[in-house]
Structures are given as structure tokens and as C-alpha cells.
Ligand binder design. Structure first.
Ligand code: ZN
Length: 315
């Protein structure tokens, strides 16, 4: 699984070989201390795909060979308050789900230290009753068909677990393990982007932003389209006076460009073999101010303004 030895796993509980990084030294000390204090907790152990017979490692206390793998109970999310993080060993660096923003999620090119710090901002042990089982199921699905969990809690729990796993290995993720971590981060970014464009969950928005939503012809109108040309083109034809932020798939701040919905740069069916929402995400709104507010709040950046359709002339 994800480039790790699966049938013989000996995890040193306190090994720390990662290169030192001043910015996270305190966090690493915390992680090391926590690691040492968690000897009684089951350590991360990759599980072979269930398509193969379950064969325990020879060094396991109770070797078991079975053609019907034992199935652990479904993991249960114990902490469901999105506004506050639970107390625990990682609470000093915790970030509640409601505070999570797209621009706070590490991007490709960021260091493992940045990913590691982010991953520890969600204490999977405190949120879930069996984060090990949750993470194991996720890696199994990823290995089989590249599917990932769809909720913020599951994705952050898996990231947390990967951080602990690699920390125990004393290594930086590589190969499939690295790709899996980045896939989790990309999936989380997509879920957070989709979540925060829904005004129903926008309880932390400013009064001004809420006023804009209420005064719009139809509330709840910010939509994000990815790999959905049909949905995007339908929206564009229904909102010819609307606005679109074109962005790369990962919503990089420097990729944002504001257009009018009818701008020929972004509108109309794509040419043969091309897509409108494959390489670029379309974040759409009937109101430019509302769309700009979303960019500031959730991406942490102002979009550039298209020189062709000049959307800034009406703002
Ligand atoms: Zn344009």
C-alpha cells in the first residue's frame, strides 16, 4: 500500500529523522512528545487489500491466517462541533473545521513540514473513535480505484493519520505515499471550496457579505464548477449578466481571473477535445461584489480583471 511495506511493520514510536525546520520546531517537539506518550495506542499499520487473504506478519503476537478478513466496526465521528476543536494533545495547533479556508490548505510545491503542520491541526485521535480504521479503509479505496472520502472530517483525519504514519517511519512521504497525501489535500481543497460557496454554511461571513446575498435576485448563487461543462454552460446561459472567476483546479491565488459570464474567453462550448471546466475551475456568481468577497474570504486574494470583457467597469 502506497509504497509501504505491508506485511512486516515495525514502527519506532519515537524515531524522528525528519530534517529540522525552525518554523515547526515547536510542533515537532510536541509531536515527538506526543508520540512518546502514545505507546499504548495502536500504531498505524497498513492493511493489505481485502481481496487477498489476510496474513498476519510472522512477528505478530497472534499469527492469524484467514480467508475472511475480520471487519472492524465503522469508525465513528465523536466530535461534531465545527466551530471548536476538541481538547487533546494537539489542541495547541488546532484549527476547527469552520475556520478552514482554501488558502490555508497546503499546495503542490509546499514543503512536507508545511503539510505536516497542517495535518496536525486536526487531531484525528480526538475527533474519531478509530482513526486507524478510517485511514486504512481510505488507503485501501485509494489503492483500488483512486477514490477518496468526501467529507472534511474524513479527509483531515486521513491527513492526520498519514502525518503520524510517516513521522513514525522517520521519513518524508515518497512515491505513492506522497501522491496519496497530495490527493487528500486536493480533495480537501475541493470540499472546502464547495462548502464555503454555500451561504447556508456561511455563518462567519461579514454583515456586508450577508446583505449582498440577501439582496441578490436569488440567494445562494455562488457556484463552483469543476469537470462539469454542462452544468457550467447551463449556468452561464441562465446568468448572462453574471460573473465568473476562472481559476486553476487547485484555486491558486495567482490564477484567479474575473470575467463577465458572457466573455468569449470563458464562454460557449469548448472546442473538440477541450473542456471549459477540466483544467480550470469556474466559480460563478450573479453579483461581482459577492464573487469578490468569496475570493477575499476563501482564497485570500483579489482576482485579476479580464482585459477583454473588463468586468471592473461595473464594480
Ligand atoms: Zn473576460
Amino acid at each position: 500500500l502506497i509504497g509501504l511495506p505491508v506485511n512486516s511493520v515495525h514502527l519506532p514510536a519515537t524515531t524522528v529523522k525528519n530534517p529540522p525546520a525552525p518554523a515547526v520546531k515547536g510542533l515537532r517537539r510536541l509531536a515527538s512528545r506526543v508520540s512518546g506518550s502514545r505507546r499504548t495506542r495502536p500504531e498505524p499499520v497498513p492493511v493489505p487489500p481485502s481481496t487477498a487473504p489476510t496474513v498476519a506478519a510472522a512477528s505478530d503476537p497472534v499469527p492469524v491466517i484467514s480467508s475472511r478478513p475480520f471487519r472492524r466496526a465503522d469508525p465513528v465521528l465523536r466530535w461534531k462541533d465545527p466551530s471548536h476543536a476538541p481538547d487533546g494533545d494537539f489542541s495547541a495547533c488546532a484549527m476547527a473545521n469552520a475556520l478552514l479556508r482554501v488558502h490555508g490548505i497546503p499546495r503542490h510545491g509546499d514543503s512536507w513540514d508545511a503539510v505536516s503542520s497542517f495535518s496536525l491541526s486536526y487531531d484525528g485521535y480526538a475527533y474519531w473513535d478509530d482513526v486507524s480504521e478510517l485511514a486504512t479503509r481510505s488507503t485501501r479505496h485509494w489503492t483500488r480505484d483512486r477514490t477518496l472520502p468526501s467529507s472534511v472530517d474524513e479527509l483531515r483525519a486521513c491527513l492526520f493519520y498519514e502525518q503520524r504514519r510517516w513521522h513514525h517511519f522517520g521519513e518524508v512521504p515518497n512515491g505513492r505515499g506522497e501522491r496519496y497525501v497530495w490527493a487528500l489535500l486536493d480533495a480537501l481543497r475541493n470540499v472546502v471550496a464547495a462548502r464555503t460557496v454555500d451561504p447556508v454554511s456561511g455563518g462567519d461571513r461579514s454583515v456586508a457579505a450577508i446583505t449582498v446575498i440577501v439582496s441578490a435576485a436569488t440567494p445562494s448563487e455562488i457556484r463552483s464548477f469543476l469537470d462539469d461543462d454542462a452544468g457550467y454552460l447551463t449556468w452561464a446561459s441562465d446568468h448572462s449578466d453574471g460573473f465568473v472567476v476562472n481559476a486553476d483546479r487547485t484555486l491558486s491565488p495567482n490564477s484567479l481571473m474575473l470575467h463577465r459570464a458572457r466573455c468569449s474567453c470563458i464562454g460557449g462550448p469548448a472546442g473538440p477535445g477541450r473542456t471549459r471546466t477540466g483544467n480550470y475551475r469556474k466559480v460563478c456568481g450573479p453579483n461581482a461584489e459577492r464573487l469578490l468577497d468569496w475570493c477575499r474570504t476563501d482564497i485570500g486574494a483579489e482576482p485579476a480583471s479580464c482585459g477583454h470583457c473588463r468586468p471592473g467597469t461595473v464594480i
